[in-house]
Design a protein around this ligand. Structure first.
Ligand SMILES: [Zn+2]
Length: 285
């Protein structure tokens, strides 16, 4: 069977998977959490050796590699000035001798939701991933939008609250500053799993505001939302976000746009990386 070797790199959560063209996960290899970029490459190299042995054991063929880079890995690299995309492609390509495709975790999440999740069969939708940072992607006319430098769909820096909190990007009132795990924990001083009801509603409204702008701008009827904040705040967030979308999507074409929960099965991060690989080969994902 043809598979993609999928590599999820997020610093504290890293994994490798072998994934078939239908999203079937043949096997996964855990990669230990790391605290620096050199450590990340060391652990990844060890785990790729394990993955190579699994390829032989399962009698599968690796036709491509997909790598998703999360914000945790980006923060490690930020301190060291490392070029994660380039170095990950070199290391994985050397280990597996297959074409390597590297992309952002939010864009991988978007592809996976279309492949095996809530946006299956949809040619027009957007996705928002509420993780340590807010990321996402946009699919229009059946294609994930890339943009000039490959960053299209990074919804985290849409402004949802003018004059709001200072964002790590230097701006103010971005969705990331209102709805990412990092921003919520730093401003409340509490872990994500201990929110107040008001906080969950407030975050939901901000996410819904971004989703409404996306629907009004891009003519998409579905915005899929996932990630740790979406999981923890669950229906309170989703109801608040849908209410906000309902209030703000008043154009004839955008009325009725839906805010819906991500449905990619676990390991969702590995499936996102696999979707990047299959997309690179020109596959359905
Ligand atoms: Zn920002």
């Amino acid at each position: 069977m043809e598979t993609v070797l999928a590599v999820e790199l997020d610093g504290s959560r890293n994994a490798i998977g072998l994934v078939g063209p239908d999203g079937h996960v043949v096997d996964t290899v855990h990669v230990e959490p790391v605290e620096s970029v050199p450590q990340l490459w060391e652990r990844l190299e060890e785990s790729l050796e394990v993955a190579s042995r699994r390829v032989v054991r399962h009698s599968v063929e690796v036709v491509a590699c997909g790598v998703s880079i999360g914000s945790g890995a980006g923060e490690l690299a930020g301190a060291s000035g490392a070029d994660l995309y380039r170095d990950a492609a070199t290391l994985v390509g050397h280990a597996m001798a297959s074409p390597v495709f590297v992309d952002d975790v939010g864009r991988g999440f978007t592809l996976a939701e279309r492949w095996v999740g809530a946006a299956r069969g949809l040619d027009n939708f957007a996705a928002i991933h509420l993780g340590q940072r807010v990321s996402g992607g946009v699919v229009l006319d059946g294609q994930l939008l890339d943009g000039a430098l490959g960053h299209a769909g990074r919804v985290g820096h849409m402004i949802v609250k003018p004059e709001g909190r200072r964002c790590r990007c230097g701006g103010r009132g971005c969705l990331d500053a209102e709805a990412s795990v990092g921003s919520i924990e730093s401003r409340t001083g509490r872990v994500l799993s201990e929110p107040s009801y008001e906080l969950m509603q407030q975050v939901g409204r901000m996410v819904g505001r971004a989703a409404a702008s996306i629907a009004n701008l891009l003519d998409v009827k579905v915005v899929v939302c996932g990630g740790p904040v979406a999981r923890e705040y669950a229906s309170t967030l989703f109801i608040a976000a849908q209410d906000e979308m309902h209030a703000s999507c008043q154009m004839a074409f955008s009325r009725g746009a839906r805010f819906t929960s991500a449905k990619s099965p676990e390991p969702a991060g590995v499936l996102g990386a696999a979707a990047i690989g299959w997309r690179g080969l020109g596959g359905d994902a």
